[in-house]
Design a protein around this ligand. Structure first.
Ligand SMILES: Nc1nc2c(ncn2[C@@H]2O[C@H](COP(=O)(O)OP(=O)(O)OP(=O)(O)O)[C@@H](O)[C@H]2O)c(=O)[nH]1
Ligand SMILES: [Mg+2]
Length: 221
């Protein structure tokens, strides 16, 4: 088999305390679920390898603390993210109402080069509770929110029953990978221009130094 390049994708999971961020990750990576609640402190990551078409992908999934007093993440933490997963609990209205804040906060901290196209995914978790009878956020309300943010993909999940968890994370990986492709395409175009600049010194618009500066400023965002 030919040697394939491994791609590392950084995914950040955000949402209110208790919505099930840690549980979703544990279900996805370890196929385990615990009823016991143990608040996440700071942030921690797990990795999962998967194959998408002919690409080997390592998902680095960062679990974060929903509780404000345990949030201690600096700007550097958000930088370089390939996808942001927002989680709410379909039985708790407040966890849905705060999605705007999480969305805004992520964009402020991560400062991606194009905020309007940065990939987000929304997960409505705990759909198993009470057979859906205690649900307060409708499917339509969630989809409307997604539409208002530029067609964010939406999944309804249960970490407890392992419902839709694999499907959601596969979509997360594909979305992050697509974002990475765009980045790589841009980078290769930039390098081509740079090398042309080296060959054609008369073309001052494409001087290598100019492209290098531009490229560095692009990378630092
Ligand atoms: N019934 C049910 N309970 C769930 C589900 N997901 C998580 N829980 C429970 O909800 C509680 C909180 O889950 P966590 O995964 O710790 O929540 P979190 O979002 O990581 O919380 P923080 O770390 O404080 O931000 C735990 O008691 C879990 O067992 C689910 O899909 N269904
Ligand atoms: Mg947690």
């Amino acid at each position: 088999m030919a040697l394939r390049r491994r791609t590392l994708l950084k995914v950040i999971v955000l949402g209110d305390s208790g919505v099930g961020k840690t549980s979703l990750m544990n279900q996805y990576v370890h196929k385990k679920f615990s009823q016991q609640y143990k608040a996440t402190i700071g942030a921690d990551f797990v990795t999962k390898e998967l194959q998408i078409d002919d690409r080997l992908v390592t998902l680095q999934i960062w679990d974060t603390a929903g509780q404000e007093r345990f949030q201690s993440l600096g700007v550097a933490f958000y930088r370089g993210a390939d996808c942001c997963v927002l989680v709410y609990d379909v039985n708790v209205m407040k966890s849905f109402d705060t999605l705007d804040n999480w969305h805004e906060e992520f964009l402020k901290q991560a400062n991606p080069s194009n905020p309007s196209t940065f990939p987000f995914i929304l997960l409505g978790n705990k759909v198993d509770i009470d057979g859906g009878n205690s649900r307060v956020v409708s499917d339509k309300k969630a989809k409307d929110w997604c539409a208002s943010k530029g067609n964010v993909p939406y999944f309804e999940t249960s970490a407890k029953e392992d419902l839709n968890v694999d499907a959601a994370f596969l979509r997360i990986a594909k979305t992050a990978l697509a974002n990475e492709h765009i980045f790589n395409l841009f980078r290769s175009l930039l390098f081509r221009r740079m090398s042309r600049g080296v060959g054609v010194h008369a073309d001052r618009n494409f001087s290598p130094m100019r492209w290098l500066k531009f490229f560095n400023s692009f990378l630092s965002h």
